[in-house]
Design a protein around this ligand. Sequence first.
Ligand code: NAD
Ligand code: LMR
Ligand code: MG
Length: 583
Amino acid sequence: MLKIVRKAATTAKKLHVQNRWLSFTASSACGIRGPCIIEKRGIDIIHDPWFNKDTAFPPTERDRLGLRGLLPPRILTFEQQYDRFMDAYRSLEKNTSNDSERVVSLAKWRMLNRLHDRNETLYYRVLIDNIKEFAPVIYTPTVGLVDMIVLTDGSRILGLGDLGVQGIAIPIGKLDMYVAAAGMNPQRILPVMLDVGTNNQVLLEDPLYLGLRQPRLEGEEYLSVVDEFMEAVHARWPKAIIQFEDFQMKWAFETLRRYRKKFCMFNDDIQGTAGVALAGLLGATRAQGRPVCDFAKQKIVIAGAGSAGIGVLNMAKQAFLRMVENCGMVDNNQFWLLDKDVWGLVTTDRKNIDPAAAPFARGHGQGEIEGLREGASLHEVVAKVNPHVLLGLSGVGGIFTEEVLKAMRKSDSSRPAIFAMSNPTIKAECTAANAFEYAGENTVFASGSPFENVNLGNGKVGHVNQANNMYLFPGIGLGALLSGARVITDGMLQAAAECLASYMTDEQVQSGMLYPSISSIRHITTEVGAAVLRAALAEELAQGHGDVGPKELMHMSKEDTVEYVASNMWFPGYSPLVQKKFF
Ligand SMILES: NC(=O)c1ccc[n+]([C@@H]2O[C@H](COP(=O)([O-])OP(=O)(O)OC[C@H]3O[C@@H](n4cnc5c(N)ncnc54)[C@H](O)[C@@H]3O)[C@@H](O)[C@H]2O)c1
Ligand SMILES: O=C(O)C[C@H](O)C(=O)O
Ligand SMILES: [Mg+2]
């Protein structure tokens, strides 16, 4: 993929070079006056766009290069090929004259790109001779027609660790969700895998591994590749939204810090997850029949100080502070964070504490009062704190053991909440059945990967919520795209989380349902997208999208915005097919 983007970024350079040699010799695909010595033969030459001449290979080259039988026997001149292409291009224009401008532009862009992929010499000739007409097709605005890019470097795929290039399945899956939930047009999405090596020893030793068998790039070398990618992709598709996905923690935070004010990007694991978790935590407060402001009194234990865990803590802390201010609550440190480096409770006594985790370390005084020391075990912490919420984003299956879950029975909450958010299923901190069995039937349960509802007997059902960032990222991407904002702000993300949090009725929440059914995800995404768009407008960041400018967006009511978002969502269906007429 990086190759494709680099190709785009170097197009200008190539054009310059081609221009030069065209003035020397218009017929050589190699560029420098004399003959071009090539090692390839036969089909390999035809498959190389730089050398391919299609039907223009002269008889001598056909004989010498083993091309006979691979091409139609009729030989065309460069000019004849040129005319044939332009004829085909004009008939495309004619056949699509009733279609929308976007459809026509994309069809033209594809036609030119197919030629680019097949025969670069003819492509650039056509381009140079018709630059005024083709520039809008191959450059802005048509090249702006990639809407959504999901990017990974494969370094932390779900809770499975470093999977190298095999991590590409994640961007593809996320983009499937963009199509299904956000109605992104599947022709306008791009999954990207940045292959910077792998530190997975099994892959490094596997001769069948498809990626680079070298240790991951580190430090400045790594950042310079990501910088180059971001610049190139922005030059090529300036309006596309870029979602960073499944990067290991150090790069997840560093890239977010580095790019969020410069590009329209967000990190799904840090920011998408945080919003979904916050919506669930607010729901868990309401499930106890308490007002949302009481969220600031909830005691929350989190296992896993990684990108997702810290992201959740940061967003929850912001919400706490808002409630402290708006509802006149007291600002206590309501978080207990556990991690594995020295496994257990993170306190200010911890050596080499990660700067991102430092604000959430329990202070000396606090630890003493609670009788909890640095590195206290999860069971110890739960037993002493009696938290309202136990949340796992550790990537380690089963750490909410029977003992830990039983300790949750003494929770200060009438509806203790257990969020086992790690993925995939085997990495969930506990199963749904174990949560209800050991922590009790009043438990409110959510997991990152789906579990079946649990039959509690006597006609009662333990409801399983799926606390997964899929409830938010499609709406964040769609709302950001339609707003035309250049960046994605905390305000836009907060609007997304609040929209999801208020989606459920009190009745639903009190029956243990914190999130809506996945089957209504398209509706939720419409609402979230509209909320993100409105937040961008409120912050005066919206520049509009397509024909709809910021002024029109400003004049839309809340309902209009939702309708506008819905009307921009693609929905699959066959189009009538008409046989092409040949003249
Ligand atoms: N449900 C969702 O929407 C969602 C979203 C993002 C991430 N996740 C999941 O969360 C998990 C973590 O993701 P991440 O991006 O934060 O990864 P990460 O690697 O950045 O963080 C994992 C953290 O857990 C810590 N850890 C390891 N073993 C532990 C243990 N026994 N107890 C406590 N902490 C331990 C690690 O030291 C690390 O700090 C993954 O399984 C991922 O799939 C779920
Ligand atoms: O991919 C998911 O299902 C959620 C999340 O982004 C994760 O990394 O686990
Ligand atoms: Mg992820």
